[in-house]
Design a protein around this ligand. Structure first.
Ligand code: NI
Ligand code: MN
Length: 227
């Protein structure tokens, strides 16, 4: 059974296993590049990498409609529970959590994490996912850091890394990240949503193909890859 991984624009991704749907950082209704609204997405689990509005997005709305579990760091999970989200799973960096579809580890991300109402959002994270025999890494908002190489040890089928610059690593550092992560497929995220993070994703993907062992491709919002 192939895994379908869809980019909804900005940092919003969906993973469909055939049995379960996982939404990551579902910033949709106010996302100028999204091709789908929050009212139309299915979800069994919603992973939120950090507290910023472009990642928290519509997670509470989607969770309330679908009954999905919101998975995030402890502070953010507690904040969602206070917003009336029924099922939350709070964890912290370095730990694994077992879910119906597989397991999730919160990874380090070098970034900030204040929630939209000014609440403390703990530490920003990325996600390492093991599901359906695959290993996927979503870096979240982060700078380049050397310990990304530790994530390569178990082999990665997919790495999703930000290339937008300004708030996260830019294309040059994202290329270095791919060299450390050594995924089968590397995809770019967190770019072109607004002018300050405009990037040439095709040029970046071409550099990944030419300068690393990983494959890459460019998705438009709404497009998917199968793994
Ligand atoms: Ni952020
Ligand atoms: Mn962001």
């Amino acid at each position: 059974m192939p895994l379908r991984v869809t980019w909804h624009g900005h940092s919003a991704w969906a993973i469909e296993t055939g049995q379960h749907v996982i939404q990551i950082d579902p910033f949709l209704d106010d996302n100028p590049s999204a091709t789908i609204q929050s009212g139309a997405v299915p979800a069994d689990a919603i992973l939120v990498s950090h507290g910023h509005g472009d990642h928290v997005g519509d997670a509470a709305k989607i969770a309330q409609r679908t009954g999905a579990t919101v998975v995030a760091n402890y502070e953010i999970a507690t904040w969602f529970a206070r917003q009336g989200v029924k099922h939350t799973l709070g964890m912290n960096i370095g730990g694994w959590a077992k879910l119906a579809f597989g397991r999730v580890k919160l990874t380090q991300a070098i970034h900030s994490s204040q929630l939209p109402d000014g609440s403390y959002g703990g530490t920003a994270c990325g996600f390492l996912l093991e599901l359906a025999g695959r290993r996927l890494y979503f870096a979240g908002d982060t700078s380049l850091y050397g310990d990304m190489q530790l994530l390569a040890a178990g082999g990665l089928d997919l790495a999703v890394v930000p290339i937008g610059d300004l708030y996260t690593m830019g294309p040059d550092d994202a290329l270095e990240a791919v060299k450390l992560l050594r995924p089968k497929l590397a995809l770019a995220t967190h770019y072109n949503t607004w002018p300050p993070i405009a990037q040439d994703a095709a040029a970046w993907a071409a550099r990944v193909q030419a300068e690393t062992q990983s494959a890459s491709t460019v998705l438009r919002p709404g497009e998917s890859v199968e793994l």
